[in-house]
Design a binder for this molecule. Structure first.
Ligand SMILES: Cc1cc2nc3c(=O)[nH]c(=O)nc-3n(C[C@H](O)[C@H](O)[C@H](O)COP(=O)(O)OP(=O)(O)OC[C@H]3O[C@@H](n4cnc5c(N)ncnc54)[C@H](O)[C@@H]3O)c2cc1C
Length: 404
């Protein structure tokens, strides 16, 4: 079989963003291989919020590098939204406090954060009710800040649009094949082999395997310090929630909310569980099915959210789960794997891969193609930046700094 220029293993938002940018930088013959199909795994569960999280909302360690990724991705989706229907909405991001304590702890610091956008706005309860077209009860909120440039997309059409473009531009895709081994000659990668024995050859291989990254990296003796969680989102019944509703983050409740098909979509930490505590395995390329987390989520917040959105029907119409991958230092992994020439890792999405995916795809493509790196210090995201190793994911979880 004719060798490819680059093989990307993994067809989530990170993998297809990498393939797109590889083509932009001149790679002629890019192959994406996925064990399932585009956006079937964690990306398909993503809620589609994109914003300048590093400006005081994301983990405390995020700074100019993460913000640069976010700004690029915002512009990327705006441009993609002109070429394809990715359900792009310019609704802005509302960071909401329900109490004074919540405002003082999370919202007020955003106003003085070093990276605060110049167009940030502050809202009182009346403004919040007005912005939500009456969906939010004025007496249930204390105050908010608003980033008007935050957007929403739908992840599946966005990934499919990217895949279609890559294939229309001469790239290829193989679905339903699980890569089980890397072909390595004299410490240099030359291809991959799938579960049914098919071999694909290329001098460069990018591993964008999401929650399954360590399975394939383990075959070359590399274990990244990652900690995986199951995260749940639910969707309530259609009940006249306005499509103009901004993305709502309520840090004091660990909550995120948006409109979806006339109802609300939401999640909080009450619907999360560490993968190392799960009573079942996670087959490659699947989404978990763990209804207990839907129950714990609704039990914890339904009553409180009903007060916040008095007219919304919060009965759970549908739900899904995915597996975000946290790193021990809470930032992304995108760079060469030093142990094997020609091998690159792109993972550690820290539950923000939809937002950062396009820019991380560009970053890995620049590494692969050997061109200057745009906008960020690549060492911040390097594969070999971790000083120590960890016994298991529980140890990684324990070593992670608090979010803020
Ligand atoms: C409920 C929920 C809400 C979220 N909301 C947001 C949000 O609003 N904004 C945001 O920025 N982020 C959000 N996220 C996070 C975001 O979804 C992830 O960061 C992102 O989807 C990760 O993309 P990925 O490409 O790394 O992983 P994936 O989408 O899982 O893709 C990895 C792919 O690799 C393939 N693969 C793995 N191993 C192999 C192998 N050996 N051979 C072949 N194929 C393989 C898999 O089949 C899979 O398709 C959310 C996540 C969840 C679960």
């Amino acid at each position: 079989m004719q060798p490819y220029d680059v093989i990307v293993v993994g067809g989530g938002i990170l993998g297809w963003s990498a393939a797109h940018h590889l083509q932009r930088l001149g790679a002629q013959n890019v192959l994406v291989i996925d064990a399932s199909a585009p956006s079937i795994a964690t990306t398909g569960a993503g809620a589609g919020f994109v914003g300048a999280w590093a400006a005081g909302f994301g983990p405390a360690g995020w700074g100019v590098n993460e913000l640069a990724l976010e700004e690029y991705s915002l512009a990327f989706y705006r441009a993609l939204g002109k070429r394809a229907d990715i359900h792009l909405r310019e609704n802005g991001n509302l960071f909401l406090a329900r109490t004074k304590a919540g405002y003082d702890a999370y919202i007020a610091p955003m106003l003085t954060h070093a990276l605060t956008p110049i167009d940030i706005q502050t809202f009182d309860p009346r403004d919040i009710a007005e912005l939500s077209d009456g969906a939010i009860a004025m007496n249930e909120v204390y105050g908010a800040t608003f980033h008007p440039r935050g957007i929403q997309i739908h992840t599946t059409p966005a990934v499919i649009a990217l895949a279609d473009e890559v294939c229309a531009n001469g790239g290829s895709a193989v679905y339903g094949e699980r890569i089980e081994a890397l072909v390595i000659d004299h410490n240099r990668v030359s291809g991959v082999v799938s579960h049914n024995g098919n071999a694909y050859h290329a001098p460069k291989v990018v591993l964008a395997c999401g929650a399954w990254s360590n399975e394939i990296l383990g075959t070359v003796g590399v274990t990244l310090p990652i900690f995986r969680v199951v995260a749940t989102r639910v969707i309530g019944n259609a009940s006249g929630v306005p499509a103009s509703l901004p993305t709502i983050m309520i840090p004091e409740q660990g909550a995120w909310i948006r409109e979806h098909l006339g109802g609300l979509m939401w999640g909080t930490g009450d619907g999360y569980k560490a993968v190392h505590d799960l009573p079942f395995d996670l087959p490659i390329g699947t989404r978990p099915y763990y209804p207990e987390l839907v129950t714990s989520l609704t039990d914890a917040v339904q009553e409180s959210f009903q007060k916040l959105f008095p007219q919304a029907d919060l009965a759970v119409r549908e739900w899904t789960q995915g597996v975000p991958v946290y790193t021990v230092d809470r930032t992304f992994i995108a760079g060469p794997v030093p142990q094997v020439d020609g091998l690159y890792a792109l993972t550690g999405d820290n539950e923000a891969g939809v937002t950062h995916g396009p820019a991380l795809g560009r970053l890995i493509a620049e590494h692969v193609m050997g061109v200057p790196i745009s906008d960020v210090n690549p060492t911040v995201f390097a594969v070999d930046r971790f000083a120590i190793t960890y016994a298991d994911e529980a140890a990684v979880q324990k070593a992670m700094p608090p979010r803020r």
